[in-house]
Design a protein around this ligand. Structure first.
Ligand code: DOR
Ligand code: ZN
Length: 345
């Protein structure tokens, strides 16, 4: 049995670090595990221009423990008013790594999102020309579409056309949850990739209703039925360079989750690598973990691989009921469980 695993330092290609006191509370968890992370821009107000992204990047760096070697990669939140020139300048200046498409009202802080992506053709054409990736929250927002079908319907109605109309645009379908998405991405051109969260590898929709309503298992896209979880797991461990690590760690204070209208989001940053590794081990795919965690994403983004390594050991690791204290206490993914691995260096 493998007792110790050393891999190239990994990256998180999708994370919510928030702002203010919550940023102070959570940033170190991500920075301890990952060398770089793609930072989601859904703040209030959203990060829609380079000046805001620069200022947010500075706040992230200031929130890190001293001596920490972590690079936040910033994203631009697309709105109906997005301007191709401004985005291209932000990209050229090294502020924006990618743009994020939230369909308006799809999820947390997406009210300023895009109401019709094809109206942004000039922006997409420019991104395609300069090699700037488009990161997509892939769900339709139509209330008539069943919430468990919204990802599959988005692929049919929107993603296929985007890929056809912008054949050189690099697209990441974020946090995939369905067999439909895994199959679509696998068959799509090499310009299309996907991130996968730990929760969508580990829980299915039963977890949200397990003996009662479980707000800490609720995120968007919502977990689907078991056959979808198995398809997403198969994609993650397949070794395909189209699938890579993106935690979608999304902290909300306990009161915002345990509420009459609880927020979507699972806070998985403190034990993300341990969580993913348990999946790769169970699937007999330890040899494919490094590709998923540390190589496929960087290659897709055209960024250098990290130098240095991290090591995980087989050590029983209890996950606390709460991480952080006071106003920023958050219930982590796996709260109260014991994980089998521990990040040691
Ligand atoms: O569950 C989610 N939480 N999904 C998202 O798309 C957004 C995120 C958040 O910001 O809380
Ligand atoms: Zn997210």
């Amino acid at each position: 049995m493998t007792e110790r695993l050393t891999i190239r330092r990994p990256d998180d290609w999708h994370v919510h670090l928030r702002d203010g006191a919550m940023l102070q509370a959570v940033a170190a968890h991500t920075a301890r595990q990952f060398a770089r992370a793609i930072i989601m821009p859904n703040l209030t107000p959203p990060v829609t221009d380079a000046a805001a992204a620069r200022a947010y990047r500075d706040r992230i760096v200031a929130a890190l423990p001293a001596g920490c070697d972590f690079t936040p990669l910033m994203t631009c939140y697309l709105t109906d008013g997005a301007d191709a020139d401004a985005i291209a300048v932000g990209h050229a200046e090294g502020v924006f790594t990618a743009c994020k498409l939230y369909p308006a009202h799809a999820t947390t802080n997406s009210a300023h999102g895009v109401t019709g992506i094809f109206a942004l053709a000039p922006v997409l054409e420019r991104m395609q020309a300069i090699g700037m990736p488009l990161l997509i929250h892939g769900e339709v927002t139509d209330r008539d579409v069943d919430i468990f079908d919204r990802e599959a319907v988005f692929i049919d109605r929107t993603l296929q056309r985007l890929v056809r109309d912008f054949p050189a645009l690099r697209i990441v379908l974020e946090h995939i949850t369905t067999a439909d998405a895994a199959d679509y991405v696998t068959a799509a051109p090499d310009t299309v990739a996907a991130t996968i969260t730990p929760q969508h590898l580990i829980i299915n929709r039963n977890a949200i209703f397990d003996g009662g309503l479980r707000p800490h298992a609720y995120c968007l896209p919502v977990a689907k039925r078991e056959r979808h979880r198995l398809a997403v797991r198969a994609a993650a461990v397949s070794g395909s360079p189209k699938f890579f690590l993106g935690t979608d760690s999304a902290p909300h204070v306990v009161g915002a989750k345990e509420s009459g209208c609880g927020c979507a989001g699972i806070f998985n940053a403190p034990f993300a690598l341990e969580s993913y590794l348990s999946v790769f081990e169970a699937e007999g795919a330890l040899d494919r973990f490094e590709g998923f965690a540390s190589e496929h994403g960087a290659r897709f983004y055209g960024l250098p691989l990290n130098t240095g390594t991290v090591t995980l050991e087989r050590v029983a690791t209890p996950v606390p009921a709460l991480v952080g204290e006071g106003d920023t206490a958050v219930v982590p993914f796996h709260a109260g469980e014991t994980l089998e691995w521990q990040l040691v260096a």
